[in-house]
Design a protein around this ligand. Structure first.
Ligand SMILES: CC(C)(COP(=O)(O)OP(=O)(O)OC[C@H]1O[C@@H](n2cnc3c(N)ncnc32)[C@H](O)[C@@H]1OP(=O)(O)O)[C@@H](O)C(=O)NCCC(=O)NCCS
Length: 198
């Protein structure tokens, strides 16, 4: 929960600020933040990591799993980050937790499967694709007996303090957040009346 509490201008915290910028209330901002968090590229990743660990099932199968994903040009869940090019600093603490928990609960295979995936992904680490916090979080939740569909809600409970302080900070000097976008579509064309269209 402490590791998940706050993490700068991530997608869900930014969402909370955008909603606050419209002068919607705190509840609206947090609701929107939860929605952003649920995406598999954000907090939803932990759920997919656990699905991956269950699918791999054996450390010896990790290398083939990664090879297959890379061949299909699909991301391996729990790796990569928009900001970090080295390992997510939170991952170290989660990794220690997974190692301890899986040993204590007599299920060391989960730690071994994750570490085999890390080994298989090592060639990509030099391109900046490293483990993120969600890689280990999924197994921590699983070992605590939390069902997969509650992973995002549990993460959200941990992140509420971070969203709330960012909303409070936003309110100190609130503005409507309205980025300009660059249009890259077709050039203007003549209007063709409906009956003259092919
Ligand atoms: C988080 C994420 C969306 C960031 O994506 P991004 O900012 O586009 O990543 P980058 O621009 O740094 O990607 C650089 C390269 O690494 C690859 N890469 C990034 N994440 C990867 C992953 N998880 N598995 C395999 N390759 C990955 C990209 O495909 C890209 O390769 P390319 O240059 O050949 O196209 C992406 O890493 C991802 O989908 N990760 C899996 C989901 C996840 O764990 N999310 C939780 C984040 S805390």
């Amino acid at each position: 929960m402490i590791l998940h509490a706050e993490h700068g201008s991530n997608a869900s915290s930014f969402t909370a600020r955008v909603v606050t910028g419209t002068e919607a209330n705190l509840h609206a901002a947090i609701t929107a933040a939860v929605a952003a968090l649920s995406g598999p590229a954000h907090g939803g990743a932990a759920e997919n990591v656990m699905k991956m660990a269950l699918e791999v099932g054996d450390p010896a199968r990790a290398a083939d799993y990664v090879k297959q994903k890379r061949q299909n040009r699909e991301p391996v869940m729990g790796f990569g980050h928009r900001v970090y090019r080295a390992e997510d600093p939170r991952a170290r603490h989660m990794r220690d937790g997974v190692q301890r928990l899986s040993a204590e609960m007599g299920q060391p295979q989960w730690y071994e499967i994750l570490q085999a995936l890390v080994d298989a992904m090592r060639p990509y680490a030099r391109h900046g694709v490293n483990v993120n916090v969600d890689f280990y979080a999924g197994v921590v939740y699983y070992l605590h007996g939390i069902p997969e569909d509650l992973f995002v809600p549990i993460f959200a409970v941990g992140r509420v303090p971070g969203w709330t302080v960012q909303v409070m900070e936003q309110l100190e000097n609130n503005i409507l957040i309205r980025p300009l976008t660059l249009y890259t579509g077709p050039e203007p064309r003549d209007y063709v009346p409906l009956e003259e269209r092919d």
